[in-house]
Design a binder for this molecule. Structure first.
Ligand SMILES: Nc1ncnc2c1ncn2[C@@H]1O[C@H](COP(=O)(O)OP(=O)(O)OP(=O)(O)O)[C@@H](O)[C@H]1O
Ligand SMILES: Nc1nc2c(c(=O)[nH]1)N=C(CO)CN2
Length: 152
């Protein structure tokens, strides 16, 4: 079954509960959670005038296509009441599809690998914790190595 990495982030409300709830909602929709990273507290990236985030990642198994999986993630964000205001601004839950197998997708609604993921320690760190040997299909580099270079 296809495998994908999903990044989770929250900096509004009960951040820990929001992350747990998003994972539970994925599970209830039939997405199999294979592995979950630790949840880490991180400084805001991009738009800096906001609260700290909790971030995590999970490895999932699903028969959903990349676009179907994206739609489920967007739906869960909506169910959990996420409002889109500021780009890179505060949010109670953010779900990003980072990798889907070794597929490279560049469509208007979906870019996989997520185009900025390799610049984000709060994405590469949790994924490297789950599978440091996973190879970024565009950069052709292991995520463990990408993460190490970001924090060096
Ligand atoms: N890999 C991806 N994962 C999630 N959304 C994506 C991806 N590629 C493109 N998108 C599109 O981005 C939109 C969501 O943007 P969103 O508001 O979450 O951006 P953001 O979280 O502010 O920025 P960023 O994606 O840089 O973290 C979705 O509607 C979706 O169509
Ligand atoms: N630390 C951190 N910073 C962010 C995050 C996030 O999840 N964690 N998400 C953002 C929205 O794209 C913008 N900035």
């Amino acid at each position: 079954m296809p495998r994908a990495f999903i990044a989770l982030g929250s900096n509004l409300g009960d951040r820990k509960k929001n992350i747990a709830e998003a994972v539970e909602r994925m599970r209830r929709r039939g997405i199999k959670i294979i592995k979950m990273s630790s949840v880490i507290e991180t400084e805001p990236y991009g738009y800096k005038e906001q609260e700290k985030f909790l971030n995590a990642a999970c490895l999932v198994e699903t028969e959903l296509s990349p676009l179907e999986l994206l739609d489920v993630l967007l739906d869960i964000e909506k169910e959990m009441g996420r409002e889109r205001k500021i780009r890179w601004g505060p949010r109670n839950i953010d779900l990003d599809l980072i990798f889907y197998e070794d597929r490279v997708i560049r469509e208007e609604r979906l870019e996989v690998p997520h185009p900025d993921a390799h610049n984000r320690t709060f994405v590469m760190g949790p994924i490297a914790e789950i599978d440091p040997d996973f190879v970024h299909p565009v950069l052709k580099k292991k995520v463990g190595e990408i993460y190490r270079e970001l924090v060096e």
